[in-house]
Design a protein around this ligand. Structure first.
Ligand code: HEM
Length: 459
């Protein structure tokens, strides 16, 4: 409890009022991004939102938009701020216990096992596989050269294959139909469960609960089928995929191997965390590149000069100082696949001079912080040069991959996969985006809700 300073009361944190009965939930559900952005523009860097009715079961949630607050909350994760939020619990209910859905010693031991599989050096081993899959996408789209395609669908396919092969050693093309149904269902289920007030036990056979349980069974069934192909426990583990490495791993403290169920949960969580997020980063980033012919030409020239110097495609994809990489980073600034996340106060604490009681949830919203005008002049403008060279922004003015101890484990994998695709695509094609804006569906991440109309034209 912070005792030395006089803190302002929690109730004084500014925020929109909301309906006495419904609270702010209907407004939030109708347009989450607009709602949060409005809150920031009208009330500032720390905003209080009351969801649900004023009495009894209503709940007040804070949103911290300033990079200094973001730094504090992310860096103090696991101590002052924990992850035991409604969204976290809903994800746990759906996909079980694993790195992403636990805290404390269990999480730490898992992070110890998984982290070494995702270092830049380790993921560089997947460059060739990524290049093969990028080439496959180009070959498949050759017949549509000069015609309109759906960029979103192409990027989902690429990401599914790349993540599928790295995780399981084989692509998941035969699972694509089931995944198209199950992943949106899973996301809807997590969202519905997260915002359910009051929470009903899953054993109660309401239509929402029954659907949730069906989705869970479908996901387990699918992942079991895929996992069984990547070599069952005790068989040959020579394949360099993440599932086989998980089977070989030992708990650093106890020396124990993971059970097959634990391997399955981690694989499912990694797949869920990595597949759509990477596809969305590419879709939104390439859509912007397809709108900005000047930027696109500069990247294409950069790629050509790179090849002319005798360096290979892999070296370009792995280089962190290219305009191509800056453009993808700028895409993730404007369209962070994970538009918001949440923490919960583990103790009474001082936040911006207010007394915040233990148990309070705090939203962190890259979507809004990435548009904070103090750090991002003309925030809506797509300008990759913001990421070229040195800059004096605070570290957490930009956090598409989160930060602190729970930073995204797949960041290097996602950026490498995206760069490999970008290099292959812009080396061969000029891309044109036909719509100025992508209309979006916002669940636990952002995604297009209609075709992202794009044309690939041979250079
Ligand atoms: C552009 C692509 C991606 C984006 C934008 C992204 C974003 C994020 C963010 C924001 C977090 C932190 C959430 C929080 O702090 O609450 C996170 C965590 C995580 N991500 Fe990613 N991610 C991406 C790709 C991937 C990939 C490819 C994988 C794995 C194959 C992955 C696996 C994970 C895992 C396991 C966590 C949880 C880490 C932990 O809690 O210790 N992500 N991601």
């Amino acid at each position: 409890m912070p005792s030395t300073v006089r803190l302002k009361p929690f109730q004084d944190i500014p925020g929109p009022k909301g309906h006495a009965l419904a609270g702010l939930l209907p407004e939030f559900n109708a347009d989450p991004l607009g709602f949060l952005m409005n809150g920031f523009q009208q009330h500032g860097d720390l905003v209080s939102y009351r969801f649900g009715p004023k009495v009894a079961i209503g709940k007040t949630i804070l949103a911290a938009y300033h990079p200094d607050l973001v730094t504090r909350i992310l860096m103090e994760s696991e101590r002052a701020f924990g992850r035991d939020t409604d969204g976290f619990r809903a994800t746990h209910e759906l996909v079980g216990k694993g790195l992403m859905t636990t805290e404390g010693p269990y999480w730490r031991a898992r992070r110890h096992i998984l982290q070494p599989l995702f270092t830049p050096k380790r993921v560089a081993r997947y460059t060739e596989l990524m290049a093969e899959e990028a080439e496959r996408i180009l070959v498949e789209h050759k017949q549509y050269e000069g015609q309109e395609i759906d960029l979103h669908q192409a990027m989902m396919r690429y990401s599914l294959r790349v993540v599928g092969r790295a995780l399981f050693g084989g692509d998941m093309d035969d699972a694509e139909g089931d995944l198209h149904r199950l992943i949106p269902e899973a996301n809807r289920g997590i969202m519905a469960r997260t915002t359910q007030i009051p929470k009903l036990p899953l054993s109660l056979p309401t239509p929402t609960n029954r659907q949730f349980v069906r989705t869970r069974a479908g996901l387990y069934d699918l992942i079991d089928r895929v996992i069984n192909r990547s070599g069952s426990a005790g068989s040959d583990h020579s394949a360099d995929n993440i599932v086989s490495r998980l089977r070989e791993a030992r708990d650093p403290e106890t020396g124990r191997a993971l059970t097959e169920q634990e391997v399955r949960n981690e694989a499912l969580l990694l797949f869920m965390a990595g597949h759509e997020t990477t596809a969305m980063g590419l879709t939104f980033g390439l859509h912007q590149i397809g709108l900005h012919a000047d930027v696109q030409q500069d990247i294409a020239d950069e790629i050509r000069a790179h090849h002319a110097s005798g360096a290979g495609a892999a070296a370009y994809a792995q280089n962190r100082d290219t305009l191509g990489r800056a453009a993808l980073s700028e895409g993730l600034r404007l369209f962070p696949s994970v538009h918001m996340t949440e923490r919960v106060a583990n103790e009474d604490l001082d936040l911006n001079g207010y007394l915040v009681p233990k148990g309070t949830s705090v939203f962190l919203v890259p979507w809004v912080t990435h548009r904070h005008p103090e750090f991002w002049p003309d925030p809506e403008r797509f300008d990759p040069r913001r990421f070229v060279g040195r800059h004096d922004r605070p570290r957490y003015a930009y956090f598409p991959f989160g930060g602190g101890p729970r930073v995204c484990i797949g960041e290097h994998f996602a950026m490498l996969a995206s760069m490999v695709l970008l290099e292959a695509l812009l080396r061969a094609y000029r891309i044109t985006s036909h719509d100025e804006r992508i209309s979006m569906k916002v669940l636990n991440s952002i995604r297009p809700d209609s075709d992202v109309r794009t044309t690939f034209t041979l250079r």
